[in-house]
Structures are given as structure tokens and as C-alpha cells.
Design a protein around this ligand. Structure first.
Ligand code: GLN
Length: 551
């Protein structure tokens, strides 16, 4: 039978519950246990697919095509295991299930209520992952902050499960903030005491308290928290700020978070954590031998979370190349053909990001034209790939008004068009082309060099696609389709032979990059950027140096 760990959060949001949950999972996995992580989000949207990236950051897509919270990206990057729809559940989905059952007559004669019907559905979804026999431990992260009205049914479900499963099968880790008051030069425990009290008022008592802090905690401070919050002093864990999220598992190991969890759950400790690959990655990350600057061209650049998986993929790929990747955000809305040279000055590579809608499109196209004409490594993802096709059609194939019908439904040359199966769809939620699809790679191409294989599978999230009516003309003009979906014929990868690195993909490679399996396309892109930087330095050392410093 699986054992269950619940992670709740107190005092404030953004404490990094997802990272703590993923770090604990990593340590337990490294000790030989089979672990998965699940997140409950207390909002009413059925999934985050309909949320603006400004609201909620990136929407992470799983193999099975679920649009999920970006924390699932962390779970996959840490554990190196795919997640699925079952790993992310929202209040909207819980209510939808219960209401559908009510309509079917499943509760005939009964008043349908938060307790027990909503809480039962929450519990069912927790136990679902554990009952399959695939996992020894299921970690469930409860989104939101204790005290929020929206979180109450989840806390109540945790209370019931604690009672039903028994203490040796279930524990609660509460993550909280210990603020540092600069004027008093002191760490303060009061907000933690209040949040633990609030949790206790709802019948849930934390077994372990993880304290986020910017200053080191003394033993006395831990003792104080232990006393006020009714936990053992060794169950008060310090989570100090660290330079990279990838150090958190090692910090948690130092604080023995994994050991305490295993002891409380009566799991025998058989092996020390096997983290050699993880440590190797960290070493390379901490001591890079060179540096590249890449431009991330997109329209959500104000919010880093909007491109979370891309940024993490750069970190993984940088470590493989033993190279620090400095990411320069470039707002596509402010790039014009006149200022593009200045905007892209000093860059060793340009990544044009995924996105939706018209805003910023012409800036993306201008950036791609510049990268293509100046032999700068280019990587286009989803909308970025579509823009590369539009740019090529306009400036090389001579189709001046070529466009995607997403931006201009009346274009005479719809080189990017709505997929056939999308034409009848009007509902927005969960209706894109989502999840993993196969792609066959043409021999002798950059794509083959990158992947080192001919059959790949990658994850998707889009409605529009390359219009195959233009394939022959495009290839004749010099841009080739090097990856095709073997079942549907949809173009998945485009590239420009002769260019040092020009790679556009309709899918999202960033969703599959993990610490232990960095994505080959990102690794190759950073490698190309490194060569470009070296070439620039060799041809004009003074210029290369000054432009890097200017960033
Ligand atoms: N807006 C484009 C489409 O729907 C691209 C989507 C994306 O970049 N994820 O096809």
C-alpha cells in the first residue's frame, strides 16, 4: 500500500511549495522508493489551459495531453518521470465531476454537499494514484495558503485521510515563512505560529514544519517553533535561500527531511540517497567554463514564470555544455525592422517563444529575419516555428502577404492554417492539439544530428499548423521539413540547411527537458551559440567583449 505525504503552505503564497515537494520526492526516489507528486489547485477553472500566462505562468502539458500547473514541470524535471492528468486536479474539476454525477442520478434523494461529496471526490483523487500499485509514496501538494476559503475542502479531506489511513501511512508537511525584520535584526516566528494554529483549528496537525527563511535559523529558534507548534525540534526544517532550485534537494538532505519522513511513515531506510548524476549536474552548473547570451523573444517577458520550462531547459543544456547561459528577455512588441540590429546586438543565439494572438508577431518575424540573414543560431518553438515559416515565405519565397490565419484570416497565402480537426471546434478549454505525438525525422538533417534517432515523440499545444500546400515550394526555396508526423503528415520540424543552426519545431521540447535528461535540441542550440560566440570573439575580440558587457 502506498503512503501519503501532504504538503500545505502557510503565511504567504510563492514560498516554493512545489520545489520543496519535488525535492522531498527526489530524495525519497534517490533512496530507492517509487514516488509521484500530485497538485491540487483551489481555483474554479477546470484546468489552467484557459488562464493567461500573466495570471498563472506557463501552462505545462503532460504526455497524455493534460494542461496543468507549472509545478508539474518541476516534478518531472526533478524526478525524471512523466506525470499525467491525475497529477493535477483543480476545484473546478472536482466540482465538475460531482455535478456530472448528480445529473446522472448518482446521489438520488440526497442533498449534495461540500462534506461529504466534494471531500469524498478529493480523497478519491488522492487515493487513485496510490491504489494503482505503481508508487510507494504519493506526495500531494495542496495549492493556496492555509486560511483561504478556497483551500478549506482540501484541508478537510486531509483531516479525514489522516484519520482513515492512520499516522504511520500519512503525514503532513507544512511550509511556512520566517520573516527577517531588518530593523530588529531578528527572525520572527509569530506568523508561523498563527498559520499552524489555523491549520490545527481545521483539525490538521502538521508533523513537519519547513521554514523558508533568508537568514540562518538558530537551534533555539527551532526549539521555540517546536514548542509553540507541538512538533519535535528535529521536525523543524530550515529552508534557507539557495542560488538555484536544484540545490534544494541537497539542502533538504542536510536537514534530514527525507529521513524524518521515512521514520514517521515507518519505512525502513535501506540506502543512502543515490544522487551522483544530480551532483554532477550541479557541479557543472556551478563552475561553467564559458558563457553565452541568448535572446528570448516573446511577449510575456515581464513574467519569468510564463517561460518557466524554457528557462529551466537552458539551465540543463548550459550544464551539459559547461557554459553559463545568460538569458536576455526581448519584448517582441518593441522590435521593428529598424531597431532589430540594436535589439539583438551581442546575442549568441535567438529563441523565439511560443504564444498566441497577433500582438508582437511582426517583432518576432523581424528577429527571425535578422537571425537567418546574419547566421545567428535560431530556435523557434511552436509559434516561433510558425513565424519562421511566415518570415521565409515573405522574404525568400516572395509571398509578401504570407501569414498565419490566426493573425490574418484573409491572407492570400495562409502558410500557417487551422488544422482540419480544429475547424469545427468552438469551445476553448482543452480543445487544442495536446500531448505527445510521434514524429519521423528525415535522414541527413540537423534534426537527425540533434536527436541521433529517426523516431521521436514530443508534446504539443497548438491549433494551427504548417499548410502542406506550400511544402514543395518552401523546400525548393531552401527551407526543409525535416520532421513529419508519420500518421497525419503534419510538419513538425523545419530547418535551413546551410545556416549554422536554424531549427523550428511545432512541438514543445522544453516540456521534456529534465536534470538527468536535458533536451537534445536545447543542448545543440547552446552548443551552436557557444561556437557562434567563439567565432565572434575570434573575428573581433574587442567588439565581442564589449557587447557581452553591455548586456
Ligand atoms: N498560436 C499558435 C497555435 O495555436 C501557437 C501556439 C503555441 O505557440 N503554443 O497554433
Amino acid at each position: 500500500m502506498a503512503k501519503y505525504i501532504f504538503v500545505t503552505g502557510g503565511v504567504t503564497s510563492s514560498l516554493g511549495k512545489g520545489i520543496i515537494a519535488a525535492s522531498l520526492a527526489k530524495l525519497l526516489q534517490a533512496r530507492g522508493l517509487r514516488v509521484t507528486i500530485q497538485k491540487f489547485d483551489p481555483y474554479i477553472n477546470v484546468d489552467p489551459g484557459t488562464l493567461n500566462p500573466y495570471e498563472h505562468g506557463e501552462c505545462y502539458v503532460t504526455e497524455d495531453g493534460a494542461e496543468t500547473d507549472l509545478d508539474l514541470g518541476h516534478y518531472e524535471r526533478f524526478l525524471n518521470r512523466p506525470t499525467s492528468q491525475a497529477n493535477n486536479v483543480t476545484t473546478g474539476r472536482i466540482y465538475q465531476t460531482v455535478i456530472n454525477k448528480e445529473r446522472e442520478g448518482a446521489y438520488l434523494g440526497k442533498t449534495v454537499q461540500v462534506i461529504p461529496h466534494i471531500t469524498d471526490e478529493i480523497k478519491r483523487r488522492v487515493l487513485l494514484l496510490g491504489n494503482e500499485g505503481q508508487y510507494d509514496i504519493v506526495i500531494t501538494e495542496v495549492g493556496g495558503t492555509v486560511g483561504d476559503i478556497e483551500s478549506l475542502p482540501y484541508i478537510e479531506a486531509v483531516r479525514q485521510l489522516q484519520w482513515e489511513l492512520g499516522n504511520e501511512n500519512c503525514l503532513v508537511v507544512h511550509l511556512t515563512l520566517i520573516p527577517y525584520l531588518r530593523a530588529a535584526k531578528e527572525l520572527k516566528t509569530k506568523p508561523t505560529q498563527h498559520s499552524v494554529r489555523m491549520l490545527s483549528e481545521n483539525g490538521v496537525h502538521p508533523d513537519i514544519i519547513v521554514c523558508r527563511t533568508e537568514e540562518p535559523m538558530t537551534y533555539d529558534l527551532k526549539k521555540k517553533i517546536a514548542l509553540f507548534c507541538n512538533v519535535n525540534v528535529d521536525a523543524v526544517i530550515e529552508a534557507n535561500d539557495v542560488p538555484t532550485i536544484y540545490e534544494v534537494p541537497l539542502e533538504m538532505m542536510r536537514e534530514k527531511l527525507d529521513v524524518i519522513c521515512m521514520q514517521k511513515l515507518h519505512i525502513p531506510i535501506r540506502q543512502e540517497p543515490e544522487l551522483s548524476r544530480w551532483r554532477e549536474f550541479l557541479d557543472k552548473l556551478k563552475y561553467p567554463k564559458s558563457k553565452v547570451t541568448v535572446g528570448l523573444v516573446g511577449k510575456y517577458v515581464e513574467l519569468q514564470d510564463a517561460y518557466k520550462s524554457i528557462l529551466e531547459s537552458f539551465i540543463h543544456a548550459g550544464a551539459v555544455n559547461e557554459c553559463k547561459v545568460v538569458v536576455q528577455y526581448i519584448h517582441s512588441e518593441f522590435i521593428t525592422p529598424e531597431n532589430v540590429e540594436e535589439k539583438l546586438a551581442g546575442l549568441d543565439g535567438v529563441l523565439v517563444a511560443p504564444g498566441f494572438g497577433h500582438r508582437g508577431i511582426e517583432g518576432k518575424i523581424a528577429a527571425i529575419q535578422y537571425a537567418r540573414e546574419h547566421q545567428i543560431p535560431f530556435f523557434g518553438i511552436c509559434l516561433g516555428m510558425q513565424c519562421a515559416v511566415i518570415e521565409f515565405a515573405r522574404h525568400v519565397m516572395g509571398l509578401a502577404e504570407a501569414h498565419s490565419t490566426e493573425m490574418n484570416p484573409a491572407t492570400p497565402d495562409p502558410v500557417i492554417d487551422l488544422m482540419e480537426e480544429q475547424k469545427k471546434i468552438t469551445a476553448k478549454g482543452g480543445t487544442m492539439r495536446l500531448g505527445a505525438y510521434p514524429c519521423e525525422i528525415k535522414p541527413g538533417t540537423l534534426a537527425e544530428k540533434i536527436y541521433g534517432t529517426r523516431m521521436i515523440s514530443e508534446r504539443h499545444r497548438h491549433r494551427y499548423e504548417f499548410n502542406n500546400r506550400y511544402l514543395e515550394a518552401m523546400e525548393k526555396a531552401g527551407m526543409i521539413a525535416s520532421g513529419i508526423n508519420p500518421e497525419t503528415g503534419l510538419v513538425e520540424i523545419i530547418e535551413l540547411p546551410g545556416h549554422p543552426f536554424f531549427f523550428g519545431c511545432q512541438y514543445h521540447p522544453e516540456l521534456k527537458s529534465t536534470v538527468e535528461n536535458p533536451h537534445p535540441a536545447f543542448v545543440a542550440f547552446i552548443k551552436a551559440a557557444k561556437s557562434y560566440a567563439e567565432g565572434r570573439k575570434a573575428s573581433n575580440p574587442l567588439h565581442a567583449e564589449s557587447s557581452i558587457h553591455a548586456i
